[in-house]
Design a protein around this ligand. Structure first.
Ligand SMILES: *[C@@H]1O[C@H](CO)[C@@H](O)[C@H](O)[C@H]1NC(C)=O
Length: 386
């Protein structure tokens, strides 16, 4: 009896090892042809890569996608719930978003991303567009709602400009266009660029971004277009934006006096304003500097804005907007950003040169007098403090 049981056991054991051997043989012989097995392994390798890139530490996360992990989580959540971005069988939302941000942050070629994320070129560009569109859908949420400088403001840079909503400026971003269209996009320096109108709040958040003008378009023309189109830039009566000397001083847009000292550097050498107009320009320049910083930080963060892109113009216009929206998400008021320090050594582009007279909208006596009044108040205060 015992012998029989031992025999059965031996037989069972033998059968088991045979089955195991068969499985091993099948597995070893053609592991790549077991579709669901390969997929799962692959999937886990990709998740592991993503964990190393994003979730292992804030420092690596910032280096890879220019934001900390908490912001990344928040962004993924918003894109999922509001932007309508969906996980697919092949890629979860966080990997789609990480890939998109990595492209904006480093502006590497599709080929490099293929290697880093283990995806095909076609997959990468398909998901890039999906995440881009989802990001643009967050626009009304992420764009800053303008708030006027209050009567009782004690911000040393902004208190002079009661009712002001922020600063407005045109800037150039290098783009790639088909040879046939190059002429239209060539700027005076010979670069192929697009003219982007941007509007920032006093705390350095984007209120409005309007890209996509051929560079040969003047700042004034771009502004006129931006203010007249539906859903364009609105400036309520009694409010205004600071603009540079490239624009004319007219209702809703407060410009510095032409032909006077203006740039911050002019004042750093200990020069003191001698007239009300100089005083006005000094204060104007100090406040408007926020927009230069804002764009400086933006370009530092997203390498894709620093060199001619590999993408067609229509897509470029959309991702320029996306970069600005992400900027607002990453930089809520008062948060320290590692890029602030780098900015000090970053060469901020010079403002529009003064020799291009632009008359976008009508200048009026009322508005001219309004500027004169502010200038006189400033100078009276300046003299009193001296
Ligand atoms: C993204 O949006 C643009 C413009 O609305 C549209 O033409 C394009 O088909 C969309 N792309 C995807 C992948 O949804």
């Amino acid at each position: 009896m015992v012998g029989l049981m031992a025999g059965c056991l031996a037989l069972l054991l033998a059968m088991r090892s045979m089955v195991v051997a068969m499985i091993v043989a099948v597995g070893a012989g053609r592991p790549r042809h077991l579709p669901d097995r390969t997929f799962r392994l692959d999937f886990h390798t990709k998740r592991a890569n993503l964990r190393a890139m994003i979730y292992s530490s804030d420092t690596t996360c910032f280096n890879q996608i220019r934001m900390y992990r908490a912001t990344f989580d928040k962004l993924c959540h918003m894109l999922d719930t509001i932007g309508g971005l969906r996980a697919t069988r092949h890629m979860l939302v966080d990997e789609q978003v990480a890939m998109f941000l990595h492209i904006l942050a480093h502006h590497v070629k599709n080929r490099v991303i293929q290697f880093e994320f283990g995806r095909s070129g076609e997959t990468i560009s398909r998901y890039f567009k999906l995440v881009l569109n989802a990001t643009i859908r967050l626009q009304s949420l992420l764009l800053k709602k303008p708030e006027a400088i209050p009567e009782d403001s004690n911000d040393h840079r902004w208190k002079w400009f009661k009712g002001c909503l922020g600063a407005l400026d045109g800037t150039h971003i290098r783009v790639q266009v088909p040879a046939a269209h190059k002429g239209r996009y060539r700027n005076r320096k010979g670069d192929i660029t697009t003219n982007v109108l941007r509007v920032c709040s006093p705390d350095g958040q984007f209120i409005f971004v309007f890209p996509g003008w051929e560079d040969s378009a003047t700042d004034g023309r771009v502004l006129r277009d931006a203010t007249t189109r539906p859903h364009g830039l609105q400036v309520p009566l009694g409010n205004y934006y600071l603009v540079d000397a490239g624009y004319s001083n007219c209702q809703g847009f407060l410009a510095p006096y032409r032909g006077q000292r203006y740039h911050l550097n002019d004042w750093r050498q200990g020069h003191q304003p001698q007239t009300a107009h100089e005083c006005f320009n000094m204060r104007h320049s100090a406040a408007r500097n926020v927009i230069e910083r804002c764009f400086g930080i933006l370009k530092l963060r997203w390498a894709i804005l620093r060199s001619p892109s590999f993408y067609p113009v229509r897509l470029q216009n959309r991702y320029i907007v996306a970069c600005c929206l992400l900027h607002n998400l990453i930089r809520p008021e008062g948060v320290q950003d590692p890029l602030d320090e780098q900015l000090e050594s970053f060469d901020i582009e010079p403002a529009t040169d003064e020799n291009t007279p632009i008359v976008p909208l009508e200048t009026t006596d009322v508005w001219t007098n309004y500027r004169e009044q502010i200038a006189n108040e400033m100078f009276a205060d300046f003299v009193a403090q001296r």
